[in-house]
Ligand binder design. Sequence first.
Ligand SMILES: [Zn+2]
Ligand SMILES: [Zn+2]
Length: 380
Amino acid sequence: MRLRILWILLFTGLYTIVSAQVKIRLFANKSPESAVFAVTEGKYELNLFNGEVLTVLKNEPVIITKFKGRLACKKRNSEGFICDSLIFSGKTGKDSFSLRLDGDQSVKQYYSNDLKCFPDLGTLVLINISDVEKYIAGVVMAEGGSGKHLEYFKAQAIIARTYMYKYFDKHVADRYNVCDNTHCQAFNGLSSDSLLNEAAQETHGLVILDKDSTLIISAFHSNCGGETSSSDEVWLSDQSYLKSVIDPYCVASRNASWQKSIPVNDWIAYVRKSGYHEKVDDILVFNFTQDSRLSEYKTGSFTMPLKTMRSDLNLRSTFFSVFVKGDSVILKGRGYGHGVGLCQEGAMEMARRGFNYKQIIDFYYFGVIISDIKNAVLLP
Ligand SMILES: [Zn+2]
Ligand SMILES: [Zn+2]
């Protein structure tokens, strides 16, 4: 009997119960010491340690400050109190609030649902327990770029949701799921753009799965320059769905090309430092052409990974050619970003031309399935 239960547990363990809420650490890279909570919609309750319930309405801001390893809290026109932690619980089902940080890092952002606060190592920890789809719309606002098409936003919403569930346990030891900076995904609070909220709602629960029904690494970048990179070239991790794709859609977009000029002497110093030992009789030896994506810069017997050059020289992409002209070495580049997965500017153009989100995702991720998160095999 016991063994049977164990087997059932082992089997169902792969299909983790999917949460409709996400716990987000807010202002994760700011280490705030205090914050001002204010209701923007609905009604909130604070349950105090002595059994008392404090109702918080609009126009009743609450100041929360770290105080001697605990929290000091005060609502307008009420007495202040000290506690170890607190939860603001929304009571109407349509509750939202703003959080304001004052001082050098002054900022005010909007959130929905509940807020939990506790002190930790010199900072006030603020955790928003949010409806997943509202969080997704906010992530697309922060990460989606300047596109303004519903089908493009839907593709981005599915990508953001896939990423969120894939790394849902990243911060589990810290008592939340995701942080709000680029370590997880950028999230600057609720989106006021109805198109973004519509995109999240209309793709509710949808994620991208590979052929084994596991969540894909939903990589994206700003512009591929006409050809995306395969993941093994960039990360040395070979994913069947992250293959190089010729992209005709992004080549007229904002980030399709770039140029950088480097004085010849600086260039020679750089390649020497990187292991180029040959005598330089003719500086034209440094010319290099990249018509389709390569992984290495090559001149004579000298080779160097393009991704090392990209990071050393702070370049927009690895997709560039080199031309020596007079006293300068000109790098003529294409695209912006690592080039793996979905190309945002290409995807925006596809949406403009009438492709839907499925066609956009299928174009950039090879052989994937768009499905409800309930069908995903979630690996521990
Ligand atoms: Zn994080
Ligand atoms: Zn592209």
